[in-house]
Write a protein that binds this ligand. Structure first.
Ligand SMILES: C[S@@+](CC[C@H](N)C(=O)[O-])C[C@H]1O[C@@H](n2cnc3c(N)ncnc32)[C@H](O)[C@@H]1O
Length: 675
């Protein structure tokens, strides 16, 4: 498959699962830069205390070189020696060559420098045959610590290679090592080491194997104990390569718990472990890791986290007010840009594979022929489906990717009110509106919660809400660590207020009468929970199909909460599934309000005007249905905004206004600005 095809955006093709120890491991290993992957087997070989293989195997060859054998016995021994030397290079037929071999090995990766130092005087020994006796092997093989590092496979191999069971163990006596007793000592050490290995292996197998119902032995993954985890934390966590392996092991257990779980360990223990490991491996806080992990089946969750490490394709949207996609593509190709249509689902999108020039500074860009825009951000506008001559509100619009698309779909007819509470951000919005030649756009800067008081009666409203940005982590990794429970609570509260205002800004008698709610977040709190809240507060509103060809269905229930039956009509988009930013789109049809149940009138504080609030029949109590402290926009908590808005309106009309009785507006919760 060519590079293009591999990177191709769009069609909802499943992301390849991270195979055990492959992509995931490789990427992290690369990320680690010069931090080498531990070579456990090798480190055991050269462990200065354990010295099992290196110090055992090599002297064997020395012996055979130093002491020529004769007759049948000699050749048998030689065969045996050759077996033991099967991994050793040819040409080791004298001690000098052997010394050279050892020394050379010390310089290569099998013998890292640290271990050479640990050998201490050995260098001297290697340089001067006469000082051989200084080599003290007395404690060789007695250190069990290094065995704990030894992978099971290696242990098995080590046991299998042992054929010297008749060796005299007592030759491991104290005393100097000489050429004549070296072989004996070596064999003794080998036997001792192998016995220990055997014991370790047996212990390990006790832990790692269990019988399934058919009596077949299966490997189980044993979680670290609470103390081990504590120790691990204290030491700054284990090596990333090992964390990755443990993530894969936990996935295996959690996807077939009955079969692979260790006796006496609960599912929640494995989940706790995998969440901690994902957080460590990918650099998230544990709170967000858990929140995101819970959205998917276990294996898929890993794919999601993995996809967040990879940038999404660069995409542009043709501005049909200025050009046609075919012409734009040709112009850019002529400039050396390698591109293709994004996919069948969009007629205006192009995916850029590579470019010899900056895509944000071509003459075509400056002339407003295209907008640099994420593919996911086309979706809410497609769902909104504005028609020429309509009146549209883009409630949170800066920097204008969606506004300018709406303007193009309206073919520069009708009107788009492009609002954003952040005045500074409206500068880039205005610049884009001008660059793209949108003549039907009015830029304004209100808190969205002031609508429809500022203005109402729209045919369609787009609320691309301020959100946590959990769908765009590949663009902004700070989200991994800077979001807390409180942030999600505040954001979803703001989103609930905004969606009610968006609904109330629509003219129900309009042919359109649509609100599209979208976020670049994948959390349920910011998506289904917000839409569900709006549906409960506004019974004249209902969910309708988004008209989008792909995307996963929204959750109709989630972790014990049940949402509106039609929530499946909403759409979720994921980086690991759709190769685009994580996104959510819901389309709401605003029906006519049924008979007003009551009309509440309240005297203005100046005794002049009267506020009239029509409470639709069937609307729930002002009290938050979830009991979470969230409430309708005219609840106590929001009074401050409404008073301020009223005050401004009256002042604008030339009324004398009293000084503020309430403090100035509190700062809005920090929101991810993306899309
Ligand atoms: C996701 S971004 C919008 C991106 C925009 N729709 C686009 O396509 O370019 C959310 C925007 O909401 C604005 N915002 C935050 N709080 C708001 C509020 N209370 N009312 C209106 N806009 C708000 C932010 O300034 C930010 O520009």
């Amino acid at each position: 498959m060519g590079r293009r095809a591999k990177n191709k955006q769009g069609d909802p093709e499943a992301f390849r699962p991270a195979s055990k120890g492959s992509k995931l491991a490789k990427r992290k290993a690369e990320d680690d830069g010069d931090k080498p992957t531990p070579k456990k087997a090798k480190s055991v070989i050269i462990d200065p205390k354990g010295k099992r293989k290196a110090t055992l195997a090599k002297p064997k060859a020395k012996k055979s070189a130093a002491k020529p054998k004769t007759g049948k016995k000699a050749s048998e021994d030689e065969d045996e020696d050759m077996d033991a030397w099967e991994d050793v290079e040819d040409g080791m037929d004298d001690l000098d060559t052997h010394k050279k071999f050892m020394f050379n090995d010390s310089d290569n990766e099998e013998f890292p420098g640290a271990d050479i130092e640990d050998l201490g005087d050995d260098d001297d020994f290697l340089g001067q045959t006469g000082e051989l006796q200084q080599l003290d092997l007395s404690d060789s093989g007695s250190d069990a610590d290094s065995d704990e590092q030894l992978p099971t496979k290696l242990k098995k191999r080590a046991l299998a290679s042992d054929s010297d069971s008749d060796t005299d163990e007592n030759s491991d006596e104290d005393g100097p090592t000489t050429l004549s007793n070296m072989e004996k000592k070596s064999r003794a050490l080998e036997v001792k080491a192998d016995r220990e290995l055997e014991k370790d292996l047996a212990d390990a197998q006790d832990q790692e194997m269990k019988e399934d119902e058919d009596g077949e032995n299966i490997e189980v993954f044993v979680l670290p104990t609470a103390e081990e985890r504590e120790l691990e934390k204290k030491n700054g966590g284990i090596d990333l390569h090992d964390v990755n392996q443990r993530i894969q092991d936990c996935v295996r257990v959690l996807t077939n718990f009955k079969r692979f779980a260790a006796k006496g360990r609960s599912r929640s223990e494995y989940i706790e472990q995998i969440i901690a490991d994902i957080a460590h491996y990918y650099g998230y806080n544990e709170f967000l890791t858990e929140k995101l992990f819970n959205l998917f089946p276990v294996q898929e969750a890993i794919e999601f986290f993995e996809a967040n490490e990879i940038p999404r394709p660069v995409t542009i949207r043709t501005n049909t007010l200025r050009t046609r996609r075919r012409d734009l593509a040709q112009a850019l190709i002529n400039r050396g840009v390698n591109l293709e249509p994004i996919g069948k689902w969009t007629k205006v999108g192009l995916q850029v594979f590579e470019s010899s020039i900056p895509i944000g500074a071509t003459p075509e860009y400056l002339a407003g022929h295209y907008m640099l825009q994420a593919a996911s951000s086309f979706l809410p506008v497609m769902a909104l489906a504005p028609e020429p001559n309509e009146r549209v509100l883009d409630m949170a619009s800066a920097p204008g990717g969606k506004t300018t698309y709406i303007s193009a779909l309206l073919q520069n007819t009708g009107i788009v009110f492009a609002n954003d509470a952040n005045k500074a951000r409206t500068k880039s919005l205005t610049a884009n509106v001008h660059r793209l030649g949108c003549k039907n756009v009015v830029v304004c800067s209100y808190d969205g919660r002031e609508f429809p008081k500022v203005m109402g009666g729209f045919d369609r409203v787009l609320l691309d809400a301020p959100c946590s940005g959990t769908g765009v982590i590949s663009k902004d990794a700070s989200v991994k660590v800077n979001k807390s429970d409180r942030d999600f609570h505040l954001l979803s509260h703001l989103q609930k207020q905004l969606i009610l205002c968006a609904i109330d800004s629509v003219d129900p008698a309009s042919r359109g009468a649509v609100v599209v709610y979208s976020t670049c977040s994948v959390t349920v709190d910011e998506n289904e929970a917000v839409v569900d809240y709006a549906l409960r507060k506004r019974p004249h509103v209902q969910l309708v199909p988004t008209g989008l060809e792909f995307g996963r269905e929204g959750f109709t229930s989630y972790r014990g909460k049940t949402f509106d039956d039609k929530m499946h009509l909403t759409r979720r988009f994921y980086p690991h599934v759709h190769n685009m930013d994580g996104f959510y789109v819901a389309k709401l049809k605003i029906g006519k309000r049924r008979r007003a149940a009551k009309v509440e009138e309240s005297e203005d504080e100046d005794g002049g005007e009267k506020d009239v609030t029509v409470v639709p029949e069937g609307a729930e109590d002002e009290e938050d249905a979830e009991g979470e402290g969230t409430s309708l926009f005219n609840a106590e908590e929001d009074k401050i905004y409404l008073d301020e808005s009223k005050r401004k309106q009256r002042k604008a009309k030339g009324y004398r206004v009293k000084p503020r009785t309430t403090p100035a507006k509190p700062a809005a919760p920090t929101a991810k600005v993306a899309g």
